[in-house]
Design a protein. Structure first.
Length: 471
């Protein structure tokens, strides 16, 4: 942070003081988990939760030596699971409508992806770690510390979150018990830890541990983006927000109505006290067959913008671990005063700045056409195909950037059937619609404390125990 609060500076800067408890975005709401005390949302919730955990794993900034340790203890795994459960509640409750979509069977495809990823990802994670070494995984994550890169906090976070959600799903269904698949769970959590630690660069594993900031840009990029922004006038301001909103919508549709197509970085506090946000949208992803509708668009577009915090009367700005900016008050778009546009044509090409007028003329119509075409394709696609395609945007899409950068994506496709469902996961498909399993049973069991499926591991469970017999 380059500025500290004074009487003349915006209130949101107080959130970065060590003794500040932040603003409650969900006043009165509390999360309950096992023996832990009730935990609110936000900075205060993070402080209470971490102070109640058994180990010091999440109470301090981690070092590379922590990441290099080959395994977690049972108490550490249980602390991670407890934090994951609160973290998911803290983020998803702010987006109460998310998960339910009129375009695609969102909750159904999410559940199917959780089921498949839980069984399939550990093989890839273990193999990548064996090939690259744990330091190589850390460096792989560090390569994403730039805008418009799918190696980012969102995709790294997803690898841990979806592993935990897959475990919880099978506990809900009664297929597994909390003390099974422990080597696979450990491998996934260590892989996730190495990625997030390497990417963030601050020693933490969640943005909530660092007052909801993800400033994961190398210093050269931060200054370059600051210098790139130009004042937005009454004429250019609407053009900027219209182009950004169009790219956001198209990226959501391209990723079948989920957030893997967009992520925010920041807040970066400018010298005048205003926050800078770096928003990347992924408008083409060649791994998906329906990306043909976006064939004329760049791989990614990044929108850098400054918010006038005083005009907005900004009280708090959170960039969640899933790369989503949340503010109080909620509407920050009308207070955007500066901006710049950047384009990455291919996933591995250089990022370049494009003048706003040129970007609007060159891309706005194409983005609109692609959005309409993808929408029509979704309306014509059978429900089962939408569920399977949606599940692939999670199960393949979340781990794809790391495989691709490591040069292993084609290998896993050709030799390990990456684009396939495990037979056990395939059977889950038929449970999704029965008795509102995906839409009601799963969310209820995840976040109801008396029935939570973020279950701890028994203290005497052997960490070598997978699942060796179905009896």
């Amino acid at each position: 942070m380059s500025a500290s609060p004074t009487q003349s500076q915006p209130a949101y800067l107080q959130r970065y003081q060590a003794d500040d408890d932040g603003v409650r975005f969900m006043p009165g709401a509390e999360f309950r988990y096992g023996h832990l005390p009730p935990v609110p949302d936000g900075i205060l919730g993070d402080r209470i939760l971490r102070g109640s955990l058994k180990t010091d794993l999440l109470k301090r900034q981690l070092t590379l030596e922590d990441v290099r340790r080959p395994a977690f203890s049972i108490d550490e795994l249980n602390d991670l699971t407890a934090y994951w459960s609160w973290d998911l509640w803290d983020q998803l409750s702010l987006r109460a409508s998310e998960g339910s979509s009129g375009l695609v069977p969102r909750q159904e495809y999410e559940a199917l992806s959780f089921a498949n990823a839980f069984y399939r990802w550990p093989e890839f994670m273990i193999d990548m770690t064996d090939r690259l070494g744990i330091d190589g995984i850390v460096n792989l994550a560090r390569s994403g510390r730039e805008p418009a890169n799918k190696i980012n906090m969102l995709h790294s976070w997803c690898l841990g979150a979806v592993t935990q959600l897959g475990r919880a799903l099978y506990l809900i269904m009664g297929h597994n018990t909390p003390d099974e698949y422990l080597p696979e769970l450990t491998a996934a959590m260590k892989f996730w830890q190495a990625l997030v630690w390497g990417y963030r660069g601050d020693g933490y594993l969640w943005s909530s541990q660092n007052r909801y900031t993800t400033a994961a840009l190398d210093d050269g990029w931060t200054q370059r983006l600051r210098d790139s922004m130009e004042p937005l006038t009454d004429e250019t301001g609407p053009d900027f927000t219209a182009l950004m909103a169009s790219a956001e919508l198209q990226s959501f549709y391209l990723h079948l109505d989920n957030r893997l197509g967009m992520y925010d970085l920041g807040p970066f506090v400018l010298d005048n006290g205003n926050p800078m946000i770096v928003r990347s949208t992924f408008t083409r992803e060649d791994a998906y067959s329906w990306s043909l509708f976006a064939r004329d668009l760049p791989h990614a577009m990044t929108f850098v913008f400054e918010i006038d915090a005083a005009e907005m009367q900004l009280e708090e700005a959170r960039v969640l671990s899933i790369g989503t900016l949340m503010t109080r008050p909620r509407n920050y778009v009308s207070s955007i005063v500066k901006g710049s546009v950047w384009v990455r044509d291919e996933w591995d090409s250089e990022l370049r700045q494009v003048p706003l007028a040129e970007a609007t003329a060159k891309y706005l119509t194409g983005i609109g056409n692609a959005t309409g075409d993808i929408f029509e394709w979704m309306t014509r696609t059978p429900r089962r195909h939408l569920i399977e395609n949606g599940a692939f945007t999670y199960y393949v899409g979340m781990i794809l950037p790391f495989m691709r950068k490591a040069g292993l994506y084609d290998h896993y496709c050709e030799n390990h059937n990456l684009w396939e469902f495990d037979e056990r996961a395939s059977r889950v498909y038929y449970e999704l619609g029965r008795n509102n399993f995906a839409r009601i049973v799963v969310p209820t069991r995840l976040f109801t404390s008396s029935e939570t499926s973020f279950a701890p591991i028994s203290a005497d469970a052997p960490l070598w125990r997978s699942k060796y017999a179905y009896v």
